[in-house]
Design a protein around this ligand. Sequence first.
Ligand SMILES: C[S@@+](CC[C@H](N)C(=O)[O-])C[C@H]1O[C@@H](n2cnc3c(N)ncnc32)[C@H](O)[C@@H]1O
Length: 314
Amino acid sequence: MLPRLLSRAAPTTARATPCNIRSFTAAAVARSAQQPTASGQAPAGSQTPVDGTAAEDSKTTHFGFRTVPESIKESLVSQVFGNVAKNYDLMNDVMSGGVHRLWKDHLIRTIAPGRDTSLLDVAGGTGDISFRFLENVRETYGTSAGASVRVVDINPAMLEVGRERAKALGYGGASNVTFEEGNAESLSAVPDASVDVYTIAFGIRNCTHVDAVIREAYRVLKPGGRFLCLEFGSVENPVIKSIYETYSFNVIPALGEFVANDRASYLYLVESIRKFPPQPEFAKMIRDAGFTQIGKGWEDLTFGVAAIHSGFKL
Ligand SMILES: C[S@@+](CC[C@H](N)C(=O)[O-])C[C@H]1O[C@@H](n2cnc3c(N)ncnc32)[C@H](O)[C@@H]1O
């Protein structure tokens, strides 16, 4: 409720800095000649694989509004975050006017961690969720020594920024704060039924197989453990939606170009949000993986610009 009241500002999260994503993708993916429409819909034909690689690889997926072979999406996403890592936190504030902080704080309040809660923060990037989690435990119990956070992310550059932040925040030598490389779709280093809380914030829409991510979350959670996913959502209110679409497709790419000299990566951000399933559909995926939900299974934030999805492993 709180973030809904606090702000009507537009979204934030992954966006980019100067990068050669365009040239990187050119070898494997031909970008649609058309730009997305202001309504956020993919232009006609943009879903068609257009290069030989895609034609040979029958399994395709989306990378923003582009259709790409599944086999290369991970590399494309990796390229984006490798380039955005250094400016990631600053740009989150620029893009969202700071609203992402309210959403993340609300996520932590929703978790309401206990003194000894173990958190697995997948696609945890620079540690934004994990540090908030530890801060909440410290404020509540006077110490965060009993709690633990394990940040897993596929991108070493994002993790490196996280490690630096950990040092700056005084968690540098702490054994209960770890950063490690891993793929959300296959958390092979994480044992079954080993964590109390699993979070994934603004990460799941970048994954190739969202269903595999949710299955892995279910596997690694202890019985009674909780899955929480903070992700962009679909806005239903037509007036807000129209403002949001204009902001998304005009302001965000322009900001990307102006601030980071990288329009393409910011366009990926906007497009990837539009390709992610709306809240009811994503909630069903969580339910289908075996999670038990309370009510409809999610809470809209800022008119549905973002949403917190939740499920218990019972
Ligand atoms: C928008 S950032 C979110 C970072 C952080 N959770 C936050 O809220 O600030 C998305 C993160 O997802 C990571 N990511 C993308 N695909 C992934 C995958 N398959 N497995 C693990 N991490 C992934 C990226 O490297 C990036 O750090």
